[in-house]
Design a protein around this ligand. Structure first.
Ligand code: HEM
Length: 326
């Protein structure tokens, strides 16, 4: 069964079951799906089953894909940097304790409080999210016309239509270079067009220091991955260095230079849960095994992970790691 049909099917079944529970007013679960079903029943059909499925799928992908991707990059970076992995391991043992031989790892589940004290691990996760943010860019729809002063360093990356017609009539579209979010540039097109068409639009270079006007109704993509590797905010940006996230270094940096979970009222609602999940997984895995590179691993220890030049976060080639029991 294709994956979309599969998810559609299981969600349909769950929604039917939960709707029965809702009607019978049985002791119902207090989770996200039941809240949606309650809203669906109360809306008297205004909120459709398709709406519910859409919202449920959003949670599945927004929550699980992002978190597992971050965990995968964490594993790779720790294998490539054994000294950093050893520090993370030492911290786990200090804060959460070790598992004795023959002891069930479940009985040594880290507590919520212990997870809060894994400060170095938090730095490692943040540095992983800086280099490999699962959401390469954020999107916003402007509700008022705004002027932005171009910073000189960025000038060559901005390309814009030379004339902008009446902002109220014509919806504009700004986006990161349509086939490469990592090395992307902004595109500013005269009409509301899809990315493929946007790349064909006539462009002109915007001179340094010029102010551009972003009209109301414009769709904007903010290049998170690009900002995360901007040398103005991060010295030697390609280098994996968790100390960038020491409290004193973080305080010195411009706060908008780190946006893996977005910012503002639409910031990720699962951020805290994501950190808890990733930390818990790292405790379980690293307490048991050591992640290593071997002759099949590309890049070699200390090397840089090559990404494919697309708008989704994907490595150039699959990366193989060795796993050794501690
Ligand atoms: C490492 C893990 C995660 C990353 C990197 C991540 C990243 C993001 C980003 C960048 C956004 C858009 C924010 C914006 O536009 O300002 C977002 C939105 C969202 N995230 Fe996450 N997320 C993660 C984990 C989770 C988890 C665990 C959940 C749920 C339990 C979740 C649920 C959502 C939802 C529902 C939204 C939409 C919020 C809205 O539009 O109001 N995410 N996430």
């Amino acid at each position: 069964m294709p994956s979309d049909a599969y998810f559609n099917h299981i969600l349909h079944l769950s929604i039917l079951e939960r709707t029965e529970m809702e009607k019978l007013d049985e002791k119902k679960p207090s989770d996200f799906l039941q809240s949606l079903v309650s809203a669906h029943v109360a809306s008297d059909g205004a909120m459709t089953v398709e709406d519910l499925i859409g919202q449920s799928l959003l949670i599945l992908f927004a929550a699980f894909d992002t978190t597992s991707t971050t965990l995968q990059f964490c594993f790779v970076l720790l294998a490539l940097h054994p000294d950093i992995q050893e520090r993370v391991y030492r911290e786990i043992i200090d804060v959460c304790g070790d598992v004795n031989e023959g002891e069930d790892t479940e009985s040594r589940a880290p507590s919520h409080e212990q997870l809060q004290h894994l400060h170095y691990m938090q730095q490692v996760i943040d540095e992983t999210l800086r280099l490999f943010p699962p959401a390469l860019f954020l999107s916003r729809l402007t509700n008022k016309t705004t002027s932005v002063d171009l910073i000189s360093d960025h000038t060559e990356r901005f390309q814009a239509d030379s004339e902008i017609s009446d902002p109220q009539e014509d919806k504009h579209h700004i986006e990161v270079g349509s086939n490469n979010a990592i090395g992307g540039e902004f595109l500013f097109s005269k009409s509301q067009v899809q990315s493929a068409e946007a790349s064909k639009c006539e462009r002109s270079k915007v001179p340094a220091g010029r102010t551009i006007t972003i009209p109301a109704g414009a769709s904007i993509l903010i290049p998170v991955a690009k900002i995360h590797r901007d040398p103005r905010y991060y010295e030697d940006p390609e280098n994996f260095d968790p100390d960038r996230f020491l409290p004193e270094n973080r305080a010195r940096r411009q706060p908008f230079a780190f946006l893996p979970f977005g910012l503002g009222p639409r910031q990720c609602i699962g951020m805290r849960m994501a950190y808890l999940e990733i930390k818990t997984a790292l405790v379980y895995v690293l307490r048991k095994v050591r992640l290593e590179v071997n002759e099949f691993t590309e890049p070699p220890a200390g090397g840089k992970v090559a990404l494919r030049e697309t708008n989704v976060l994907v490595v150039e080639k699959p990366i193989k790691l060795a796993v050794k029991l501690r």
